[in-house]
Design a protein around this ligand. Structure first.
Ligand SMILES: NC(=O)c1ccc[n+]([C@@H]2O[C@H](COP(=O)([O-])OP(=O)(O)OC[C@H]3O[C@@H](n4cnc5c(N)ncnc54)[C@H](OP(=O)(O)O)[C@@H]3O)[C@@H](O)[C@H]2O)c1
Length: 312
């Protein structure tokens, strides 16, 4: 029996990894629509799509995503677009007979000063990091929507909270990208230009956790098969490193041999953001791609891209 699976946001970092992963699953038909064909903010377009296609499974990997600069420049869009996308898709999926839906949140849902590592029950126990609160509030609303549809209608929606993701298909635009793709591009360009020094934002002391997006896709497919519950599930590695250590690792992979210094006048963001992955480990799932190996693979993907930029 063939299973029709809709991957919302299939061209994105997570969406394209889910396509790679699910293409390996037998008896599945992937339903893929890009934004020009289906704007997920448009309720009637979403309803018409679900009424016509009636997918049995949905992976909600579409969202307005971006780094600190983008969040502080477009707060209204980050809140509105993400609220619209998740509300339209979750409601239409329930209304048109979808059997299972995977909602993707993010580790920024947890309070700025949550105890580290951050366990799932830290949700809504303190104030959020202001630099991305618009996006975080939308994601928390998405979690609650999944829990409410399960409670009222018995709709089997699960919510995964991934840590910082990286990999092929990432956004390398220096204005809107996350820290890891930005470092890969900057060290690459510094090596080509023979720059004697690369200056990184902030003090270099904040600690971050990074998960390869193919590991995330594998976790999502595994939980869609094995897990049905209202509790959110953290997806991470359970280890972190400082931004300065990360910069040295990226420089090694790229082959940059100049000096690396820090600029404390730039913001550091949250001091530490490490997920507690006890729950998903207890389900038998563990990340499998080591960070330096994953960065090397991502750098090869970056070099293979004509202009090195996914989009601006
Ligand atoms: N990246 C991370 O580090 C990270 C970490 C934790 C959680 N997540 C979560 O993972 C999910 C996917 O993130 P990502 O990193 O893969 O983001 P991404 O690379 O920016 O991909 C998002 C995708 O959503 C599509 N999209 C956005 N608005 C749309 C709309 N109105 N209609 C149709 N499609 C639309 C985009 O289409 P276009 O290509 O046309 O723009 C893009 O393909 C998000 O829910 C995010 O919160 C990401």
């Amino acid at each position: 029996m063939q299973t029709d699976i809709f991957i919302a946001g299939h061209k994105g970092l997570v969406g394209s990894a889910l396509v790679r992963r699910l293409q390996r699953e037998p008896d599945t038909r992937l339903l893929l629509r890009d934004r020009a064909e289906l704007d997920l903010r448009n309720q009637s377009q979403v309803d018409a799509f679900f009424r016509a296609e009636r997918p049995k499974q949905v992976y909600l990997a579409a969202a307005k995503v971006g780094g600190i600069h983008a969040n502080s420049t477009y707060p209204a869009e980050f809140l509105r677009d993400n609220l619209l996308i998740q509300t339209n898709v979750i409601h239409a999926a329930w209304e048109h007979g979808t059997q299972k839906l995977c909602f993707l949140g993010s580790s920024c849902i947890y309070p700025k000063h949550a105890a580290q590592p951050m366990a799932e029950d830290a949700l809504l126990t303190g104030p959020l990091e202001p630099t991305n609160e618009w996006y975080a509030v939308a994601k928390i609303a998405g979690i609650k929507l999944c829990q409410a549809y399960r409670l009222q209608y018995g709709f089997d929606a699960i919510s995964l909270m991934p840590t910082n993701l990286y990999g092929p298909g990432d956004n390398f635009d220096l204005q809107n990208s996350h820290v890891l793709p930005a470092l890969i591009r900057r060290f690459h360009e510094a090596r080509l230009a023979a720059d004697p020094e690369v200056v990184i934002w902030g003090t270099g002391t904040p600690k971050r956790e990074f998960l390869h997006v193919d590991d995330l896709a594998d976790a999502a497919v595994t939980l869609m098969r094995d897990y049905s519950g209202e509790q959110i599930i953290n997806v991470g590695v359970g280890e972190d490193l400082s931004i300065l250590e990360l910069a040295h690792m990226v420089a090694r992979v790229v082959g940059y041999e100049g000096r690396i210094s820090t600029d404390p006048s730039k913001p550091d963001g949250t001091p530490r953001k490490l997920l507690d992955v006890t729950r998903i480990h207890a389900m038998g799932w563990n990340a499998s791609i080591p960070l330096e190996q994953g960065i090397a693979q991502t750098y090869q993907w970056y070099l293979a891209q004509a202009d090195g930029q996914r989009r601006d």
